[in-house]
Design a protein around this ligand. Structure first.
Ligand code: GTP
Length: 185
């Protein structure tokens, strides 16, 4: 997620197909894609939802947070407003996403160093304050893209495994494991 034009669709296209498009074709509502990825020695099918950054889709976007295991919050290194708006996006995440969902902050368009408006240190301090990891990427050159998704995948898998083991523990702790149910669902 992130503001319109920061490069979300390009990041996903680079990750999925290894290509880059120069034109900005604003995402309408939401796009979806998936990729098989080796994470922690396991092949996982990573489903990625590419949300629209335009404000008119905010309500729809927020509705997709509910079932997520990981969020890549993106801003453009060449647009300080998009960086300022990450606070707003984080509030939406906190309000709608599961608490245990992994979040990473991504400063994109690293190849446009001469047009940089957000110093790395400033973004790192911000990320630390919110306890999220920070990556700088370029969908144009591919720099940092695989690393960011891999890291997010690892965090998401940890989140899923945690939930699964919690569920398993709850099953084990279920007092009526004999099969006689006393509670109504
Ligand atoms: P919405 O769908 O409106 O939310 O936008 P978006 O965040 O998906 O942006 P999109 O991926 O369409 O990219 C917007 C523009 O930025 C396009 O013209 C891209 O070519 C350009 N762009 C994206 N990533 C990079 C990058 O890493 N470097 C450079 N130089 N341009 C980029």
């Amino acid at each position: 997620i992130g503001d319109s034009g920061v490069g979300k669709s390009c990041i996903l296209e680079r990750f999925e197909k290894g290509s880059f498009r120069v034109n900005h074709v604003p995402t309408i509502a939401i796009d979806f894609s998936f990729k098989m990825l080796k994470v922690k020695d396991q092949m996982v099918k990573m489903q990625v939802w590419d949300t629209a950054g335009q404000e008119r889709f905010n309500t729809l976007t927020a509705s997709f947070f509910k079932a997520t295991h990981g969020i890549l919050l993106t801003f453009s290194l060449t647009d300080k407003n998009s960086f300022a708006n990450t606070s707003k996006w984080l509030q939406q995440i906190r309000a709608n996403a599961p608490k245990e969902a992994a979040i990473i902050l991504v400063g994109n368009k690293k190849d446009l160093e001469a047009e940089r408006q957000v110093p790395r240190e400033e973004a790192e301090v911000f990320a630390q304050q919110f306890n999220v990891s920070y990556f700088e990427t370029s969908a144009c050159t591919g720099e940092g893209i695989e690393e960011a998704f891999l890291f997010l995948g690892e965090q998401a898998l940890t989140c899923i495994e945690g939930n699964t083991s919690k569920l398993a523990q709850n099953d084990l702790l279920e007092p009526n494991s004999s099969g006689s149910k006393t509670k109504c669902c």
